[in-house]
Design a protein around this ligand. Structure first.
Ligand code: F1P
Length: 303
């Protein structure tokens, strides 16, 4: 990939501004105490649903909620959700509030299961469809490639579980300004790994690389990596581990010759660096992540 040929520093201007504003948006989400009251109570059995990026945030929240003792929490892609399992509530995450699969799911359970929607667009149809809507309009975005809405929704949810995000916000601010190693930007291939709540973030990082820069990117639970995917690792490729790595994994990655990336910071902050790599690669490839090929802000299906 050439450094200068076709480089457009203005491409992805929305994505750049939105990803840089994440720590401020998280801080704002921390302050939404009244809005948090509509979330399912501790002990309730819930499903969390979304599509694409929003589904990955649902995965992260599900692990955090259940592992912190707040109750059974399953995450589903809205198109593949099993919602007739006696759930007390369903939480839907959607920036646009227009994603067909999410709206269809909510219509299907209307009046039977309590629903809560986290949404970026306060004028969207989702707002009237759910029992309670949490409006995160300040985190809504112009770029088709999502960054800020997703992590702000997750920040809002993390605080509801009693987490203190002070460290994550500070680390996020550092990530916005940190220098990106050249080998991170020019790699031939990326594998993102996570454990527990960071598995969703690993999937999200890989999606960002594909959406914004059409890069070859994969993602796995960290302990699954040695069960096959490590065969892809090689010099000139990157394996990026979010959060604390399982015992021995970093050494196994380094033995392949791949670049191993792992920072001991909050993974939501580290995701910002991955988003920045995606943006920089897009620019070097002459792509505009605000308007990526084949993608739209929201998937609205004719049925
Ligand atoms: C979900 C989503 C995005 C994706 C693409 C299509 O949107 O899948 O994650 O980047 O733009 O839509 P939403 O339901 O959160 O609005």
């Amino acid at each position: 990939m050439s450094d200068t040929q076709g480089y457009d520093a203005h491409a992805g201007a929305h994505m750049e501004a939105e990803l840089a504003s994440q720590p401020d948006a998280w801080e704002r989400a921390v302050g939404l105490s009244a809005e948090r009251a509509v979330l399912p109570a501790a002990g309730e059995r819930i499903a969390v649903v979304g599509c694409g990026t929003s589904w990955f945030m649902a995965q992260s929240y599900a692990v955090l909620r259940e592992s912190s003792g707040h109750g059974v929490t399953d995450a589903f892609a809205a198109s593949e959700a099993f919602v007739d399992r006696g759930y007390d509530a369903i939480v839907a995450i959607t920036r646009s509030g227009t994603t067909t699969e999410v709206l269809e799911l909510l219509e299907g359970v209307r009046g039977r299961i309590r629903t809560v929607g986290l949404v970026g667009d306060a004028s969207s149809p989702l707002v009237d469809l759910v029992d309670d809507a949490v409006l995160l309009s300040f985190a809504d975005e112009e770029s088709v490639v999502q960054t800020r809405f997703a992590t702000t929704a997750l920040a809002f949810l993390r605080v509801s579980l009693g987490e203190d995000l002070t460290g994550a916000i500070a680390a996020g601010r550092e990530a916005v300004g940190a220098e990106l190693a050249e080998e991170l930007v020019t790699a031939e291939q990326y594998s993102f790994l996570g454990s527990g709540w960071t598995v969703g973030l690993a999937h999200e990082a890989a999606l960002k690389m594909r959406e914004a820069s059409q890069s070859w990117a994969e993602s796995y639970p960290a302990k699954e990596y040695r069960h096959g995917p490590i065969a892809i690792a090689a010099p000139g490729r990157v394996t990026w581990v979010f959060g604390k790595p399982p015992e021995g994994l970093l050494a196994d990655i380094l033995a392949t010759g791949a670049h191993c990336e792992n920072l001991p910071v909050d993974a939501m902050a580290d995701l910002i660096r991955a988003q920045r790599v995606a943006l920089e690669r897009a620019r070097r490839a002459g792509l505009d992540p605000d308007q990526p090929r084949n993608l739209t802000r929201s998937v609205i299906l004719d049925s």
